[in-house]
Design a protein around this ligand. Structure first.
Ligand code: SAH
Length: 355
């Protein structure tokens, strides 16, 4: 089992079973996370017998770096092979702050949500990722960031998959990534993004250390939302916004409303006005993501990114109604690491080479 799957208690039990003191667990985990997943048992003061045990009994990693693509803006996409089968992607984004980086992780192998503008969902869902497969994404990115002289300061579940459909593993992975003596990132540096699964939002709100919540809303009216986000048929906008408000109130954390801006679909002034109205009195920030073209949607619809003026107009309209709104710049475009583009290129390449 990978060290990423362990915490001090389980690793302590592993050590005890081998006649070692469980107190070494802390040192091993610190070495693991501190070394970006790589450490030399012989360099640790853990005694000769444990060093020998560790030389013979490895903690096999759940993932391995198969490929790495660096974009002109420094965004680095890692293609990770999974020992249990399949491949995922994870992204290291250099922050504008010197010495800092962001990490974007996936929670599932594929995605069942079917959002029409998102490339990650086109082949459906293969399976949920295990705890170590999630944590190791962070560990790899930590190492890559260190090579660039940066430290991971924020981690977002905005890669592939719907975290609320794998919530047990996501919450355990978060505890490993955030916990002192483990990844050490802290819960207030982690954001979980959801398409709006109400039960998941409620459960995460009640978890011991709730992270930040991002809600992929994409439309303020049910009709538009149901067209682009199929789960919108199950949960209406009012219900998911109520769950997000409740999350904000319970956790004290400002909620991010993600809004993928699609020209002629969800970018009208009336939609900006309705969004502002629905967010009244809600401590939320709107993050407008100009659409990254990913080919026709499952419905056959071809979406377009609005012009820069169109994006500004939408933002200004929201701001004029008292909403805090920003546009996310689309990083990593040239290596297909931008939102909604992960994994596809690899699969396309694999299919092409199989032909
Ligand atoms: N299932 C979760 C996690 C995925 S996060 C969720 O829906 O929130 C991925 C984010 O990128 C979401 O906000 C999603 O809507 C957005 N996104 C997906 N495809 C995109 C595209 N082609 N262009 C811009 N943003 C996109």
């Amino acid at each position: 089992m990978s060290l990423a799957a362990h915490d001090r208690t389980t690793l302590g039990a592993w050590l005890t079973a081998r006649g070692e003191s469980p107190t070494h667990a802390g040192r091993l985990l610190r070495a693991y996370y501190g070394g970006g997943g790589v450490f030399d048992p012989d360099a640790l003061s853990i005694g000769k017998t444990l060093q020998t045990t560790l030389r013979h009994e490895h903690f096999p990693a759940a993932t391995f770096v198969r490929d790495r693509v660096v974009s002109s803006d420094g965004t680095t996409k890692l293609l990770l092979g999974l020992r249990r089968g399949g491949a995922i992607e994870t992204v290291m984004m250099p922050s504008y702050r010197a010495g800092e980086a962001w990490c974007c992780v996936s929670s599932q192998l594929g995605c069942a949500m079917g959002c029409d503008f998102c490339a990650s969902t086109r082949s459906g869902l293969d399976r949920n990722l295990e705890v170590d497969e999630i944590v190791e994404q962070f560990v790899h990115v930590t190492r890559v960031a260190a090579e660039h002289g940066r430290r991971v300061r924020r981690l977002v579940f905005m890669g592939i998959g719907e975290p609320m459909h794998n919530l047990d593993n996501v919450l355990t992975a978060i505890n490993h990534i955030a916990g002192q003596g483990l990844g050490g990132l802290g819960w207030s540096r982690i954001t979980v993004s959801t398409v709006g699964i109400v039960q998941g939002i409620e459960r995460m709100a009640r978890s011991e250390h709730p992270p930040f919540l991002a809600l992929s809303l994409h439309a303020p009216d049910d009709e538009t939302r149901a067209r682009i986000v199929p789960t919108g048929k199950r949960y209406d906008v009012a219900t998911i916004l109520a769950a997000a408000r409740e999350y904000q109130e319970r956790t004290g954390r400002i909620v991010t409303i993600e809004y993928c801006l699609l020209a002629g679909v969800n970018d009208s002034e009336a939609q900006a006005d309705l969004l502002a109205q629905r967010l009244e009195g809600f401590r939320a920030h709107v993050n407008v993501i100009p659409y990254n073209a990913t080919g026709p949607g499952l419905s056959g619809m071809v979406y377009m990114r609005p012009t820069t003026t169109g994006v500004t107009r939408f933002l200004e309209r929201l701001r004029s109604r008292g909403v805090v709104a920003h546009a996310r710049d689309t990083r990593g475009d040239d290596v297909a690491a931008a939102c909604g583009q992960l994994r596809d290129a690899d699969r396309d390449a694999a299919q092409a080479s199989a032909k």
